[in-house]
Design a binder for this molecule. Structure first.
Ligand SMILES: C[S@@+](CC[C@H](N)C(=O)[O-])C[C@H]1O[C@@H](n2cnc3c(N)ncnc32)[C@H](O)[C@@H]1O
Length: 407
């Protein structure tokens, strides 16, 4: 059997040997054998393990596709994620300083999308198996916060009540102080009897809120999230930073970068993760595509005492970015776009003369592209902090500041 030397990890966390040949669950420096099918190695055997190889902490790791990197030491993963950012910047001709990698602890995910399907005996819920649509049960998951583990039996009960025979439901579960906030998609179409059954289930299971294909079926307690001094009830299924720990770290960096600024614009503001804490000290204009999220943000602001003025604007920032002329009244900007990045908005920021920009990103490639545009316009990039909310996954998130060198 041929053997292969793993040279590097790809962006999905697979080992890559010359060819390229992709070998899952391997590490750079390892010699492995396996059955080659196309460009992928199956039934991989490790001949020479890397020193960074560790025993996976979770017993589900072999089958569950929720994690990709539990076979690697945490220090290796942190170094690899820093390297992904460094390489993305280097591809744009930027030599960046990666100041720190901050990884959220085990069992700290407060939001997750589970899969659940009916079975002959009832239902099962968990994550998809690696590279497959089979659902794997995860009663000993090392990712989910203890309170979020309660979403597993909830997802099963919902699949029994409203899953179709063949299909699978997707259950987005979010922890809130008032209980679990559950948003289901892919279930049976809602009718009267299903609505009654789901409302009873929500009561019996003690859910804070249950939404079915976007429609709220039950709201026993407002599933509030706390952003600074404000309490916000985001719309069902809305974005929320994946761990409280990661959110706190991002916010600490964003707050430091915008310190002393009195007029801040928060672009891709969501439900106010950054807007509302920053409004302790600054007037903040929050811009976001989802009007419902902004309504939630605005209600949270109005009910919180002592915050500075917060204004909101629902706007598609891909098609209609805030123009440089509109941006020039602010003395700091926060930008936290989705994975696709925000090329057109960055182009306007680059022309705007806003002295400080705090850039939060979940995609090092688009971040590096944005960084090149800002640096080309006279901004200096500060140190990059990698904030790893998706430990054991290949996702990379980060925050960095840009300041106008002439400001
Ligand atoms: C990564 S999330 C960040 C949200 C917020 N900053 C937070 O930390 O909670 C990106 C946000 O961009 C919004 N978004 C996506 N596409 C958009 C667009 N074309 N225009 C404006 N907002 C958009 C999403 O609704 C989401 O709230």
């Amino acid at each position: 059997m041929d053997s292969y030397l793993i040279e590097r990890l790809g962006h999905m966390g697979d080992g890559i040997a010359r060819g390229p040949v992709f070998a899952p669950l391997t590490l750079p420096g390892e010699t492995v054998t396996g059955r080659l099918e196309g460009d992928r190695l199956h039934e991989v055997k490790i001949v020479t393990p890397a020193p960074e190889r560790v025993a996976a902490p979770c017993r589900h790791f072999r089958t569950c596709g929720g994690c990709a990197l539990q076979h690697a030491a945490p220090e290796f993963i942190a170094g690899w994620k820093a390297g992904v950012v460094r390489q993305a910047l280097a591809a744009q001709g930027i030599e960046g300083e990666i100041a720190a990698v901050h990884t959220s602890p085990e069992r700290s995910r407060r939001r997750a999308t589970l899969s659940a399907r009916r079975t002959k005996k009832g239902a099962l819920a968990g994550f998809h198996a690696r590279g497959s649509d089979v659902v794997v049960e995860i009663p000993d998951c090392h990712l989910l916060a203890p309170g979020l583990m309660a979403a597993l039996p909830v997802a099963e009960a919902l699949a029994v009540a409203g899953g179709s025979r063949k299909g699978e439901i997707s259950v987005q579960a979010t922890l809130s102080p008032g209980g679990l906030d559950i948003a289901v998609t892919g279930g049976k179409p809602m009718d009267g009897p299903l609505q009654v059954e789901l409302a009873q289930l929500a009561e019996g299971l003690g859910l804070a809120r249950l939404a079915w294909d976007g429609e709220v079926v039950a709201m026993r307690h407002a599933p509030e999230q706390v952003f600074g001094r404000a309490k916000v009830t985001p719309p069902p299924g809305a974005f929320l930073q994946a761990t409280a720990d990661g959110e706190a770290r991002l916010l600490a960096e964003v707050s430091t970068l915008t310190q002393g600024k009195s007029r801040v614009v928060d672009l891709f503001a969501g439900s106010g993760t950054f807007t509302l804490p920053l409004a302790d000290d600054a007037e903040v204009h929050a811009v976001e595509g989802e009007a419902e999220m902004l309504r939630a943000l605005d209600r949270g602001w109005r009910n919180a005492p002592g915050l500075k003025r917060v204004s909101t604007e629902a706007r598609d920032l891909f098609r209609r970015p805030l123009l440089a002329e509109e941006l020039s009244r602010f003395d700091a900007a926060v930008i936290d776009p989705p994975r696709a990045g925000a090329a057109s908005q960055i182009a306007e920021l680059a022309r705007s003369g806003v002295p400080v920009i705090a850039h939060v990103s979940c995609n090092p490639v688009t971040f590096a592209r944005d960084a090149a545009v800002l640096i080309g316009a006279g901004y200096a990039m500060g140190p990059v902090i990698v904030v790893d909310q998706f430990r054991w996954s290949p996702h990379v998130e980060l925050v960095a500041g840009f300041s106008l060198t002439s400001a």
